[in-house]
Design a binder for this molecule. Sequence first.
Ligand SMILES: [Zn+2]
Length: 171
Amino acid sequence: MRDPGRHAGTESPPRLVADAMLGRLARWLRRFGVDVLWDPGWDDAELERIAALDGRLLLTRDRRLAARTVARESLLVTSDDLRVQLRQVFARLGLDPARPPGPRRCAHCNAVPEPARAEDLAGRAPPYVLRTARRLSACPGCGRVYWDGGQEDRAREVLGRLLGSSGPPES
Ligand SMILES: [Zn+2]
């Protein structure tokens, strides 16, 4: 069985599940390339079940859940500040902000977008994007279209600043 919470060298990439309070953190981790399941409808029992059965590190803001979880591992996220949360997770997992642990994931659904051709994406992205983008991909989970220089590329720059800067937190 794989160790869910660790990432070093040739070990398998980290796999997480996050509680309802941590949707924003989950989206940012996905953008970085971390596999994070999140659904605001999951209650504590469901979260514990997924973490235990699927070998995932449970991220939670709930001290009681972190203490009593039957998951193999849990991480009590101690701050509401996104930047502090990211740093806590990166430290726990031993992640390097310069080295994503896996392919970039769809922030909305956690699937890995796949390369796509402009002619197959008509009507799903702005026409100028389909004409000019050098790299296009589409999410097999939710259908969103991603392109180089698009919103997700800019998000990654923001993530680098969140992890590197010591200035005031982003709102
Ligand atoms: Zn998606």
